[in-house]
Design a protein around this ligand. Structure first.
Ligand code: 2IP
Ligand code: CA
Length: 386
């Protein structure tokens, strides 16, 4: 298990390096932002460069983890399929080849004339990632990889990653948007129960080195398996008497209005009181993990298994969790007083197709302290339609 955690940290570092590379190296950066800079002859592909980088990172993670832990092969999932269509309409299966040259040639069949970009990406995926320096206490961590499966989000908060704003001032430590909210999310869950057991969040754009001006990252991990709870972070501070909640900017008026009073914001307009707004599902979960917010509330099914699995494992390691909002409200209204069901990661939504199969339908509440979960549910139980 310690080996697997180290490996997950290692692959998250590789993904973070690719994320930084795509913004640092001109040939890649041009492709990344091309959509914003006007029409181009190769439009069909350019619109999908970020997807190609994501697919490639996913394949690297599958390749590297599958090599070290053969039991995980076929159980490593992400948002994207590795079937990629190039500008000529041909289907190319993106994968890591035996040599950097072969991988570059494969990427070139998607990237058309962009040889420099293909070579930079191929070199990055074949470079050895810095091994995770995670040291675990000798706790008997006996969960065998054959019982686990993995969800990966190579870069969450795509829009902020592409937009690349560096100067977004944090409010009480929470960045409302910008590069800080672009994160690598990796989670391992129990194949049989669907419970998240191991999570890594990597922040590729944590801070700029004052001397080199290069971006530096950092990462966090957590383990919640059986009775074992281990985390790279200290437990969150004691619950604030008035909770601080973080929401998506897309969250609607009725939910804001119901939650505002709970956190000292009478009209729910987020004007410096307890409601905070931030981009990125993973980033909002990280805010709860870091104790910057007490809960993240989302009333829509706009997050997916790959957004929540890794952060959820870390939250569990710290004594918190993530519940399905609609299910929790339903149980509450039916008089059920037990703890509401946590999200699980092995059950596709019935009747859904494509990415929707893995949507966290009906929204979620991520919390650090159970009393804040209770307060949020009590406030939301009054909102019609939820
Ligand atoms: C997105 C991303 C969005 C988030 C959405 C996720 O993932 O994190 O920012 O919406 O739920 O699925 P919001 O910012 O409103 O919380 P991706 O960027 O990987 O598509
Ligand atoms: Ca995402």
């Amino acid at each position: 298990m310690a080996g697997l955690l180290q490996a997950l940290v290692g692959v998250s570092e590789k993904a973070a390096q690719v994320a930084r590379l795509c913004r640092r190296e001109e040939p890649l950066f041009q492709l990344l932002v091309a959509e914003k800079t006007g029409p181009d002859r190769n439009r069909r592909f350019l619109q999908d460069f970020k997807t190609l980088a994501d697919v490639l990172i996913q394949e690297v993670i599958k390749h590297d983890l599958g090599k070290e832990f053969p039991e995980l092969r076929g159980h490593i999932h992400g948002e994207e399929s590795n079937e990629f269509r190039n500008a000529q309409g041909e289907t190319v299966t993106v994968r890591v080849c035996a040599t950097p040259g072969d991988t570059a040639a494969l990427l070139l069949s998607v990237l058309g004339p962009e040889r420099a970009a293909a070579e930079l990406l191929a070199a990055a995926v074949h470079r050895d990632a810095a091994p995770g320096d995670v040291e675990l206490p000798d706790a008997a961590l006996s969960v065998p990889p054959r019982d686990l499966a993995i969800w990966i989000d190579p870069i969450d908060s795509t829009n902020e990653y592409i937009g690349g704003r560096e100067d977004v001032a944090p409010v009480d430590g929470i960045a409302p948007g910008g590069l800080r909210s672009a994160l690598v999310l990796i989670g391992a869950y129990d194949r049989h129960t669907g419970c998240p057991v191991l999570g890594v969040i990597n922040e590729p754009f944590f801070r700029r080195d004052p001397l080199t001006r290069r971006w530096q990252g950092r990462y966090h991990w957590g383990v919640a398996y059986g009775d074992t709870r281990l985390c790279s972070l200290s437990p969150p501070p004691p619950p604030r008497p008035t909770p601080r909640l973080v929401l998506s900017r897309a969250e609607g008026g009725p939910v804001r209005a119901a939650l505002g009073p709970l956190c000292g914001d009478g009209d729910g307009d987020g004007d410096g009181h307890g409601l905070r707004f931030a981009a990125g599902a993973g980033y909002k979960l990280l805010c709860v993990i870091l104790g910057l917010a007490d809960a993240y509330v989302l009333s829509e099914g706009s997050t997916f298994a790959w957004d929540a699995c890794g952060p959820h494992a870390i939250l569990r390691a710290l004594g918190g969790g993530v519940v399905a909002l609609a299910g929790a409200l339903r149980a509450r209204r039916a008089g059920d007083t037990g703890p509401p069901p946590e999200l699980v990661y092995n059950r596709p939504a019935e009747g859904a197709a494509g990415a929707e199969r893995w949507a966290n339908r009906g929204g979620l509440v991520a919390y650090a302290h159970p009393q804040h979960l209770e307060a949020v549910l009590a406030a939301l139980a009054t909102v019609p339609g939820l």
